[in-house]
Design a protein around this ligand. Sequence first.
Ligand code: GCO
Length: 480
Amino acid sequence: MSDSYLPKGFLWGFATASYQIEGAPHEDGRADSVWDTFCRIPGKIADGSSGDVACDSYRRTAEDIALLKECGAKAYRFSLSWSRIIPLGGRNDPVNEKGLQHYVKFVDDLRAAGIEPMITLFHWDLPDALNKRYGGMLNKDEFVKDFENYARVCFKAFEAKVKFWITFNEPWCSSILGYSTGLFAPGRTSDRTKSAEGDSSTEPWIVGHSFLIAHGAAVKAYRDDFKAKDGGQIGITLNGDWTEPWDPNDPADVEACDRKIEFAICWFGDPVYFGKYPDSMRKQLGDRLPEFTPEEAALVKGSNDFYGMNHYCANYIKHKEGEPDKNDFTGHLEILMENKAGQTIGPETQSLWLRPHPLGFRKLIKWLSDRYGRPTFYVTENGTSLKGENHLPFEQLLNDDFRCEYFRGYIGALADAHAKDGVNVRGYMAWSLLDNFEWAEGYETRFGVTYVDYTGGQKRHPKKSAKVIGQIFDEYIKKE
Ligand code: GCO
């Protein structure tokens, strides 16, 4: 038994996202988001599916709350669908009261069940109308104003009911996967300003910059006009993996490890904590990486009340020789699952990018804590898929020992980071409460502690991990 622990009052629960679970795409006046549109493009989603039905959570809020209670969850992180609340998205467009009131009731119901709501304002589902109208995040000035307006509508509607706000979820994913590789909505692989197909060397960086300014503007609005009444906190959620050198004896691989984290996480973290982009990014990207005006830098610097950390896995990193490709977004390096000695970083899962390596969690949160002056962390996602889970016989599927071990390893590593490395962590949301629409992978990949029977009327069946996770927290959270 470990002598590590998590602090008294530690907030734990589960995370989900609107497009991945809600379904009901046009109910009560919701309009399309970029993900609705993207899913209709043949070939974009592995199994040709979409979030049209998903877990039908829009109509099953009571069932989802009952599941949370059954697991013993103290908190629930979920996202609002912007295009339910303002279907056309913009600051001059009408607010859809029905969509908004759906969430107000949901928050009331959660609170009545003793579950603390943690709201993500933006989990990738930009109203499609804003993409069509002005290119979404490519148009910084319009996007920032519209996002601030949407955020204000939400802050006001939930005033004094919500203590945890997250502006953006994983801006890296929307910027890179949406505007460089094209794997995610809106699926761009080529800059508007360039004719050459496959040249996406500037758009991702413009999009990232817009996210940062919009985050700063929403935080300012919250702090100026709502925080005092709410007593709440606001932050941004950033994703990133831990890195180990492919060849620990090669200084260039060791250096590339930090550079990988800078390109993935510090791209957003450094502006939020220091008001500037990392030097390694400026060096590689030059003026393709936007500059902060002094006003923007001041707006963004210091804009986190807490650091929202999404973390899943680790990789081996091998530096690359020569000049970086103009489309490179990694920091000019290779991301590998095995090191020079042929050792694997962790066992395979259903997700090609995800190999569990719990010690990497402890190392990364310490690395970030050191870099950013020991901020308060909330882990806003952590979890795993399981190789072949979708094809297991039902009984076996409910015995997800692999996922239980994952949580045991990762929560233990987090307790070590807290108790032994002095990291200030206050909460943890497991990904995910339910199996759900796993973006471009469709429904083949499951991440839930609850099995969702998609062909059996979306019926929920808790897996073993749904119970085990509470037992693990029970062991680690200090009582006194
Ligand atoms: C995320 C994602 C989730 C994914 C999860 C598993 O924020 O990365 O928020 O939506 O489903 O990470 O891939």
